[in-house]
Design a protein around this ligand. Structure first.
Ligand SMILES: Cc1cc2nc3c(=O)[nH]c(=O)nc-3n(C[C@H](O)[C@H](O)[C@H](O)COP(=O)(O)OP(=O)(O)OC[C@H]3O[C@@H](n4cnc5c(N)ncnc54)[C@H](O)[C@@H]3O)c2cc1C
Length: 434
């Protein structure tokens, strides 16, 4: 008796074995038959403006960890390079698989179109395609009302049965999981927010051709504002940054430099090793004031530098030009008198840039532009629709108090440690300070 056709698991942004609904479903549906997993390096995904070689490097690292873990489960990992439909069709004719299992993906316009093509191919090729959720993001959500309950239902459901179950994390992790899905749900529900303002009433506000000089200075950490430059250079070197410093970079680009969020978002996407389209584009718009439903968060780069890095450890680490600048001037080096500049070996305008914009002036202009627009009846009316489509349904005190399920989660969770996302790494004082 011939063995049943194998089941194929298509891996994308889920390179793990723990809590993997698609893997569990494939093993179950195979009923003892063969299961193999495939990962595709897709040229169109690698060519996306957001993509960076560091993302491919990170995937390769994950795959080299994953292959032996899958092998221990008796599952072979296949990697191929090519367009998805072509690669899956080739594998289908090689292996005869008739069931393709994958996770739903809330991705960029490119992966959205690719997924539609694969579904069409599967229908035509007689391949059953099973797409399963792996987060709290809900496909084809009719309305945001009740979304929290759906999310809690998912979070409460047992983890997918794969050999080793992992324990639940503390409160902070649950909150972050909620944010994770809350932001991804926005792109899931409205893919156009990858390209267009959530609040269309702000169209035209920053759409004039991008100021290439300002963009380049921001992208390379040459704006003359030390914390902005240190954060960008640390990101270029490491591929990671805390939440607050990501927000600072976007706030500075959007309000002080008045740059549109699309080109700046593309640059950050390329740098963020953890680039997640659903979170990224929603956050880019939120931090740029184009959602209509969030307060304008405009960070003062100098005040932030003084608060977050009072001893200048982070600044000196990432801005070698300022290493000998006395602390009194470190957060505003442009205020250094010429003799101090000479002694510190840092001439503003040549060794380190002078501020490319006057933040205080830019701030006033930005606030004035937004104030007029956000008061317009069209913007007010449209903001209501945006809130209906994308607003979180939590009251001021947070849904948790009222919801028995959340209360259970909270009781089980350990108390939250201080939040590193609101701090700067390495900000401890250092005896080598000049
Ligand atoms: C402009 C901007 C762009 C961002 N782009 C991304 C992105 O592309 N990918 C990404 O994962 N996060 C993004 N974030 C959210 C957040 O900054 C990062 O998730 C966090 O800094 C990652 O740190 P961590 O790995 O220590 O995660 P932890 O702090 O341990 O959080 C764990 C997970 O929770 C989720 N999470 C945490 N904070 C947030 C948040 N504020 N909003 C939504 N989800 C959150 C993420 O999935 C994260 O991986 C962005 C934030 C801003 C302001």
């Amino acid at each position: 008796m011939s063995s049943p056709p194998p089941v194929c698991v298509w891996l994308k942004r889920d390179l793990r074995v723990a809590d993997h609904p698609a893997l569990a479903a494939a093993v179950e549906r195979a009923r003892g038959g063969a299961v193999f997993a495939v990962f595709l390096y897709e040229p169109e995904v690698l060519a996306q403006p957001e993509w960076d070689a560091s993302h491919t490097g990170f995937q390769a690292e994950c795959l080299s960890d994953l292959a032996p873990a899958l092998a221990r489960l008796g599952i072979r990992l296949v990697t191929r390079r090519g367009e998805a439909v072509a690669m899956l069709e080739a594998l289908r004719s090689e292996t005869g698989f008739r069931l393709l299992v994958a996770h739903e993906e809330t991705g960029t316009g490119v992966t959205y179109a690719r997924d539609r093509r694969v579904r069409r191919w599967a229908r035509e090729a007689g391949v059953e395609m099973l797409e399963l959720p792996q987060t709290g993001v809900v496909r084809r959500l009719a309305s945001r009302n009740g979304w929290n309950r759906l999310w809690e239902g998912r979070m409460e459901s047992p983890q997918a049965a794969v050999p080793r179950a992992t324990g639940r994390g503390g409160l902070a992790v649950i909150e972050r999981l909620h944010w994770h899905c809350h932001f991804m749900q926005k792109l899931e529900d409205e893919p156009a927010i990858e390209f267009h303002n959530m609040l269309r009433a702000v169209d035209g506000l920053r759409e004039e051709p991008v100021d290439a000089g300002r963009l380049a200075a921001w992208q390379t950490g040459q704006t003359g504002y030390p914390l902005v430059d240190a954060c960008m250079r640390s990101l270029l070197a490491t591929g990671w940054l805390t939440f607050r410093m990501r927000a600072l970079l976007v706030s500075f680009a959007s309000y002080s430099l008045w740059l549109h969020w699309r080109p700046t978002g593309l640059h950050l996407a390329q740098q963020f090793l953890d680039f997640e389209p659903g979170i990224h584009w929603s956050q880019m718009q939120m931090q740029s004031g184009t959602t209509g439903i969030n307060t304008l968060r405009i960070y003062n780069p100098t005040k932030q530098a003084m608060e977050q890095d009072p001893h200048g450890v982070f600044l000196r680490r990432w801005l070698p030009e300022l290493v000998a600048v006395p602390k009194a001037y470190l957060h505003q080096p442009w205020t250094m008198p010429a003799d101090v500049q000479a002694r510190a070996g840092c001439r503003i305008g040549s060794d380190y840039p002078a501020p490319i914009v006057d933040h205080a002036v830019a701030l006033r202009e930005a606030k004035a532009r937004f104030a007029t627009l956000r008061r317009s009846p069209a913007a007010v009316a449209e903001a209501r629709d945006v809130a209906l489509r994308h607003g979180s349904r939590r009251d001021r005190r947070g849904a948790m108090q009222q919801d028995p399920v959340r209360r259970q989660l909270r009781k089980r969770a350990r108390p939250a440690p201080p939040d590193p996302q609101r701090l700067l790494p390495f900000a401890e004082p250092d005896s080598r300070e000049p």
